[in-house]
Design a protein. Structure first.
Lengths: 1042, 468
């Protein structure tokens, strides 16, 4: 790894290095090289565009039939030695038609190239190839790299938010380097994950490798959404496929892009908690109420009460005299973030290269948290001769992140919220007050959270190398063969050390995790393209691929550290736990696809993949994944020519099958457990083994059959371009651990059983509102999805989800996966008479919450829980507006969603009637106090003795999750060329960017409406047990191109 | 053409790496032992059969007592499944533990029996392991048929979908398989065990189990006359000369003698923090934290002067905290308990020589249809060791009075040894015995309820026993 970094460093600092790489390739493949032509006389000239007469830099000029060639310089000039007068020069440039000119003894040959209207058309990357956008008959969403690069974010996944219809990007956490969650067209799996497949330049990789890429390296991202586009990825396609294409060098002079930005971040918002006076009022109220509830005399001396019902009389008489500290602010800071990168690209007629290096550092808005990444890329491709092209993509990266137990239950950001507001954060070394020893500050299992933020070591490093070499051979006209071999190596390590200050009464504890993963892939693809009689256009591919991954992990835990001096495990007095694990998977695939177009009007495409996987059961090793799609370009029909306003009109329909093979590596194989028995008169222990889990020889992928109908409409020369898609994804064979008859010897089995469906609509509209000097473009995407479970395990038994303290999610037939399942609150009981007159939760008192008798049985109990909403949004949208005028440009991205709810799980700690010595949400100012002071009608009475259903999770803890957010505003200024030339730069751009500028939502008791504490568990989504808030970021940046 | 040579090289490369394509995608777990790589060698089968012994061991920690002495007129309890079993107040899945454990024992045995013949190994070892697996399969079904009645008869590895179709086989069919397996086991198992093999299933253990099966088949509910079938089996055990009638009752129940000549088959336990100890005392001995309650009449069931009464039961005990409590306490099985580790290494006697003698006595008379003199002699041999006077022929003039005397003797001799409930059932005296201790029992109580979860899982194929 280090050696590689060193070499890359050399490459970046030494232009010769790039040539060295190309030389290396040329040497390796010299065996295939033809004999070099004899050099005789030079020919020079200028190449220009016929349409506007402007000179064309970077045009490839080759002596036909040789490997001898050059490219035009910035002014379009070239000089080339040709072997003789009989030679022919070939001029080629992307977007223009190739032109051949016989030399015929001339020494100057000027050429003007014709625009190729066909190739100028937008190209879409599809699985194992590319397609003209007009030929696409399936549902593919595309975003260009330049649209993502305005975003100052750590990860590519974050930049995708709001860009594409049907692609939901959720950012549940603002922790630097933390993953976003991507779902394509809803959730089609309960236990096999909803992550799409990520493919970088043809190499399927894991989500983190994708997210750790340098945004600036990305040329485009395409998302294959329907089966017709994704089924070429077979058993991995059903959650959608995200295809990332990186930038390649272009022939021409060296181009150097230098980009830098820096900025600051702040917490987007704080949660309204009570101040000291408000909190003391609640304490006094709740303790008095509890005392009276138990039959106590309110006028009796304080000392006669149970200890937890007592309070300091000054709290009641003069609370304003008690100090107030707003602890919530303590962990946050104004944090810097910066990015610096340099990209060198260019090439000759035969070799193209792109080398980039990126340094990104984001300090977290929570003290002592950060994320730093170094990423590099080398893309090289060489035309060895007129039929062979070889290339290499090399992407090393290294990242370090530091956390301080910020998130989740017991995390810093959760516990700091309930910190006692009248005690300073540092009272006593552990945070407890000498005066109020009963009312500790922010305790988390013995340690003051402040000490965690200041002392904990929790560092995660990730080193990675993705490398792919490939060769393409042109076998005959239209027929080519591409073979590639690649590997992705990832090594992660996490070290954690709780020193004496944190662990307090225990000795320090050190832990270390590490993983090593190697994935290799070989692909062999045959491509064929031809046009018959100018009307029949056929492209076809057939391929064979094999992929294998090995994962190793290890864990060590050390205790009995003598002191805090050395945090690594060598200083541990005792290694108390340690284990290592290794597992593998492999995948063999055959794939094929045929596209046929008649007269550019009638399009048909069919693909087929056969996947065999080590994960599948022995009787189900191979699966077929077919798909077909058709398209009708109505606008090409003669009768449509009379409607000139319609520049494009295409109807598409597709149907196909994809799979989700994300089942456990060895889920089909029965495992053995170890046991023992005693033999012999000495009762010697003899080890035995027994089958611990059942083998399921039929275990297979989850299968999704998807149907997509789409319409693409372009109006007024595509000034308005819209796509509408309707889809219906039916997923069956869901992986479930279901009870099985014990006569098998086992009580449960991993089986393919359940069914779920996702149906929805997607709209994408791109408009050029104003053209000319002042330009205004709008891109809008809007998606609707409806998720419904159709079948579960035996008897369709519903699956309850959540943690033991709050089982508030249910997955049941007819409802979305992980729907909220709770008691419905109908206000607050006012009087004893009210309670007596109607059914109530056992023991209810005035001031307790009133629960709806949902099942109408005249009793109020846990059976009255019902489905009260879902966390999956019913719709989500993104709007980007871009304006430009005289060198200035402005873009505004707004993202939003709705129809979902958030479960404020954390409310069990500071949204309940008992103060529990914890500060509470500010809505407790408006609690019920008496029939005359009923408060907000939702918040019950404070009472240290909890009665009735007041501590139950009712709809009081459920919040509307809809929001919209001004995600990004970027204002740029392109320095005029007259100025930039003075410093010998091609292009200079200055810009300012703001991220998360405004959020409009109703979730006032949380930091972030996108929160999802139990990320990765679709059975219990949308819970909030304390999350790392998103940052509001302000950035200034500079891009210079030389 | 060179370009085709490139194609050829690439094709050859990709083919060579995946030439055996089925092998390429046939991966087995690296970090966990698994079924695909197991059952391949003699060593694997030797390890696999230990896994079955482990189940057998688990049954005899506390479960066997729970399903026997608590169901019978020995123990009751105020809590847990003990109370449910004793009072017939079952929750829906209480019997899952027994059902699941026995089907595990059967499944593990099936896997061995199905696969062992395909592996080359020492024939003596193969025979022994097969015999052991046959014994344990029969042992499992014998337990199931006595506890649940008709049960699904599974004799090979079954998939989930196959299992869903397997209903309950009639008792007679289940017994047919039990006798078949045990007969085969007798032919396959060694007649003598080396010191290192102590604790393994011997030919004699299989003979005793088969005799027990025949005797049970001769009583309720099957009532087929198999007494004559049991006779040669018991005689073979006696004639083997490997076992001996201990001179005193007390010496049998000690750590020193738990592997002695009285014991034909014991479930072995050992202390030492290695997960091999029994929970018996922690559950059933009040002095060590257990809290069963004696049914009325247990203490009184002993004749005056029976030495076994005071050996088996004490009228008071001292708790771990040192409090003396006046209540009945099982002192028969209180050895082997280590107070420091709260573990116990007491082996549980599953087959005892005295039981063989008593069964032999019962068989002889039942075969003859009248009180056999040798029967009476055997009975008196047991009584004499207990300090009791011989029964005279006049005291047991007919088969009916002999049967009563025999069951009384078995209760006294085999107290807490988990034969009582099955004796009560097969002799048709269970309901009457339970009524005598104040339980409103009926014939339905002779069988336990099937676990409701199994009935649910089998979607109508399994039917619950009557009365539940």
């Amino acid at each position: 790894m280090n050696t590689t970094l060193y070499h890359l460093h050399r490459l970046l600092t030494d232009q010769v290095g790039v040539r060295r790489i190309m030389l290396l390739f040329a040497t390796v493949l010299a065996v295939f090289q033809s004999v070099h032509a004899q050099v005789t006389n030079p020919v020079k000239g200028t190449v220009s565009s016929q349409s506007d007469g402007k000179s064309l830099p970077g045009v490839t000029v080759i002596v036909k039939g040789t490997t001898n060639g050059t490219v035009t310089d910035a002014e379009g000039n070239y000089v080339l030695s040709v072997p003789g007068a009989g030679s022919t020069l070939v001029f080629s440039y992307i977007g223009f038609i190739n032109q051949e000119v016989p030399v015929g003894g001339k020494s100057t040959i000027n050429v003007s190239l014709l625009t190729d209207t066909k190739s100028l058309e937008e190209v879409v990357v599809v699985g194992y190839g590319t397609q003209r956008k007009s030929d696409v008959t399936s549902a593919i969403a595309k975003v260009g790299g330049e649209d993502l690069q305005v975003r100052p974010v750590a990860r590519v996944d974050q930049a995708l938010q709001g860009q594409l219809a049907g692609v939901q990007v959720q950012q549940p956490s603002g922790r630097p380097g933390k993953a976003a969650e991507i779902k394509v067209r809803g959730i089609g799996s309960i236990s096999a994950g909803a992550n799409p497949l990520y493919v970088v330049d043809g190499f399927p990789i894991d989500a983190t490798t994708f997210a750790n890429m340098n945004l600036s390296d990305i040329e485009s991202i395409e998302v294959l959404k329907d089966a017709a586009s994704a089924s070429i990825y077979g058993s991995r396609g059903s959650n959608g496929v995200v295809i990332i294409t990186t930038k390649q060098g272009k022939a021409g002079d060296l181009k150097l892009d230098v980009k830098a930005y820096a900025g600051i971040q702040n917490v987007e918002r704080l949660i309204p908690m009570m101040n000291t006076t408000e909190w003391l009022s609640m304490l006094v109220d709740g303790r008095d109420r509890a005392w009276v509830k138990t039959g106590g005399d309110p006028n009796a001396p304080m000392a006669t009460r149970p200890r937890n019902y007592q309070y300091d009389p000054v709290w009641k008489t003069n609370p304003a005299n008690v100090p107030y500290y707003n602890h919530q602010k303590w962990p946050y800071r104004t944090a810097p973030m910066q990015d610096f990168q340099i990209t060198a690209s260019g090439g000759s007629a035969k070799a193209k290269y792109l080398v980039s290096a990126d340094y990104f550092k984001q300090d977290g808005i929570v003290k002592n948290t950060d994320y730093t990444r170094y990423s590099f890329r080398t893309n090289v491709s060489v035309d060895v001769n007129d039929y062979l092209n070889v290339g290499l993509n090399l992407t090393p990266s290294y990242s370090v992140s530091n956390d301080r137990d910020t998130e989740g239950k017991g995390g810093v950001l959760h516990t700091i919220l309930y910190a006692n507001p009248f005690l300073p954060i540092r009272t006593g070394i552990w945070g407890e007050s000498p005066e109020y020893t009963d009312y500790s500050v922010s305790w988390d299992g013995g340690a003051n959270v402040v000490s965690r933020v200041e002392n904990l070591i929790d560092k995660e490093t990730r080193g990675q190398m993705l490398a792919n070499v490939f060769a393409t051979v042109k076998l005959a006209k239209g027929l080519s063969f591409k073979t590639s071999f690649g590997a992705n190596y990832i090594s992660t390590k996490r070290d954690r050390f709780e020193n004496q200050i944190i662990s307090r009464t225990r000795a320090p504890i050190g832990e270390s995790w590490n993983t090593v993963s190697l994935n290799w892939l070989n692909e062999n693809i045959l491509n064929y393209a031809t046009t018959i009689n100018t009307k029949h256009s056929i492209t076809a591919l057939a391929g064979f691929t094999s992929q294998r991954q090995n994962d190793q992990s290890g864990y060590l835990r050390g205790e009995n550290f003598a002191n805090d001096l050395v945090p690594t495990l060598n200083a541990a007095g005792k290694i108390t736990q340690g284990n290592t694990n290794e597992s593998e998977w492999s995948l063999l695939s055959y794939l094929g696809r045929v596209n046929y177009a008649f007269d550019n009007k009638y399009l048909i495409s069919a693909s087929l993949r056969r996947d065999g996987s080590s994960r599948f059961g022995a009787d189900n090793k191979w699966g077929w994944f077919p798909a077909a799609s058709i398209g009708w370009r109505i606008s090409e029909e003669a009768f449509m020519k009379s409607v000139p306003v319609l520049s494009d009109l295409k109807l598409r329909a597709s149907r196909g099958t994809t799979g989700n093979n994300n089942i456990p590596n060895y889920g089909a194989v029965g495992l053995l457990g170890q046991s023992a028995y005693l033999f012999g008169t000495d009762e010697a222990v003899t080890v035995g083994m027994y089958p611990n889990s059942i083998s399921n020889r039929n275990l297979s992928w989850e299968t999704t059959t998807s149907t997509d109908i789409g319409l693409d409409v372009g109006v007024w020369q595509n000034r308005i371009y819209a796509s509408i898609d309707y889809y219906n994804n039916q997923t069956k064979d869901l992986l479930l651990n279901v009870p099985v008859p014990t006569v098998t010897g086992f009580s449960s089995e991993l089986r393919n059983l359940g069914r779920v469906e996702n149906k929805g609509w997607e709209f994408e509209v791109a408009t050029k509102n104003l053209v000319g000097k002042f330009q205004w473009n709008t891109n809008l995407n809007l998606s609707f999805n409806k998720n419904r479970v159709l079948q579960l395990g035996p008897g369709n038994a519903p699956i309850i989800g959540g943690d033991w303290w709050g089982q508030v999610n249910i997955t049941q037939v007819g409802q979305p996966i992980g729907a909220y399942y709770m008691l419905v609150q109908e206000g607050i009981w006012n009087t004893k008479e009210e309670i007596a007159a109607s059914p109530s939760w056992a023991g209810s008192q005035p001031g307790d919450v009133r629960i709806k008798d949902v099942n109408g049985d005249g009793k109020i109990n846990i059976d009255d829980r019902t489905i009260v909403g879902q966390n999956q949004p019913k719709y989500y949208f993104g709007i980007t507006n871009r304006f430009s005028y005289a060198g200035f440009d402005l873009s505004v991205l707004i993202y939003g969603l709705g129809g979902n709810k958030i479960f404020n799980d954390i409310g069990r700690e500071f949204n309940g009637p008992s103060d529990s010595q914890k500060n509470h949400y500010q809505n407790w100012v408006n609690r019920w106090q008496s029939p005359e002071k009923p408060g907000d009608g939702t918040t019950p009475a404070a009472s240290e003795l909890v009665t009735g259903a007041s501590s139950q999770y009712t709809t009081r803890h459920l919040y509307d999750g809809g929001f919209w957010r001004i995600k990004n505003v970027s204002l740029g200024y392109n320095v005029p060329k007259t100025v930039s030339r003075k410093i010998k730069a091609g292009r200079i751009r200055l810009y300012a960017t703001g991220e998360n500028l405004l959020t409009v939502d109703k979730y006032d008791v949380g930091y972030n409406p996108e929160v999802n504490t139990r990320s990765g568990n679709p059975l219990a989504p949308g819970g909030d047990y304390g999350s790392y808030p998103l940052a509001r970021t302000f950035i200034l940046g500079l891009n210079v191109t030389f | 053409m060179k370009k085709y040579s490139i194609l050829l090289v690439a094709a050859a490369l990709s083919l060579s790496q995946t030439a055996c394509k089925e092998d390429f995608i046939d991966l087995n777990p690296i970090s966990s032992a698994n079924l695909n790589s197991f059952y391949k060698s003699q060593k694997d089968f030797e390890t696999a059969i230990v896994g079955v012994y482990n189940v057998f061991q688990g049954v005899h920690s506390t479960m066997w007592t729970e399903y026997n002495e608590f169901r019978a007129d020995t123990y009751t309890h105020i809590m847990y499944s003990y109370a449910e079993i004793s009072n017939n107040t079952f929750q829906s899945n209480t019997t899952s533990t027994m059902w699941n454990t026995m089907y595990q024992m059967i499944t593990y045995s099936n896997l061995i029996l199905e696969r062992i013949d395909a592996v080359s190994m020492d024939e003596a070892v193969r025979n022994r392991i097969k015999g052991e697996a046959q014994f344990f399969r029969a042992y499992g079904y014998f337990a199931l048929v006595r506890i649940f009645g008709d049960v699904p008869l599974v004799l090979k590895e079954v998939s989930t979908s196959e299992a869903l179709l397997i209903g309950r086989s009639p008792i007679k069919e289940v017994y047919g398989q039990i006798t078949k397996d045990l007969t085969a086991a007798i032919g396959a198992l060694p007649a003598t065990l080396t010191a290192a093999q102590n604790g393994r299933i011997s030919k004699q253990a299989a003979e005793v189990e088969l005799a027990r099966a025949y005797i049970t088949m001769s009583g309720v509910p099957l009532k087929e006359n198999h007494w004559a079938d049991a006779k040669p089996l018991l005689e073979s055990v006696i004639k083997s000369g490997q076992y001996a009638f201990a001179p005193t009752y007390a010496e049998i129940f000690s750590l020193e003698n738990e592997r002695g000549k009285e014991v034909i088959l014991g479930a072995k336990f050992k202390i030492g923090g290695i997960g091999e100890s029994t929970q018996y005392q922690r559950q059933f001995n009040p002095a060590y934290g257990g809290n069963p309650v004696f049914e009325k009449g247990v203490y009184e069931s002993y004749e005056t002067g029976d030495l076994r009464r005071d050996f088996n039961i004490a009228k008071e005990f001292t708790t771990l905290e040192g409090t003396r409590i006046e209540a009945l306490n099982n002192t028969k099985f209180d050895y082997g308990y280590d107070r420091a580790s709260t573990e116990s290494g007491m082996d549980f006697p599953v087959q005892r020589y005295t039981d063989v003698l008593l069964l032999h006595a019962e068989v002889l008379s039942e075969v003859d249809g009248k009180v056999n003199t040798e029967s009476l002699a055997l009975l008196n041999q047991v009584r004499k060791r207990a300090g009791l006077k011989d029964l005279t022929p006049a005291q047991v003039p007919d088969l009916a009075s002999f049967r009563v005397a025999m069951q009384k003797e078995r209760r006294s001799e085999l107290m807490f040894e988990c034969v009582r409930w099955f004796d009560l059932v097969r002799t048709g005296t269970a309901v009457e015995a339970l009524k005598a201790i104040g339980l409103n029992a009926n014939e339905n109580w002779l069988l336990f309820p099937l676990p409701q979860t199994e009935i649910d899982k089998m979607q109508g194929v399994l039917k619950q026993n009557p009365g539940y």
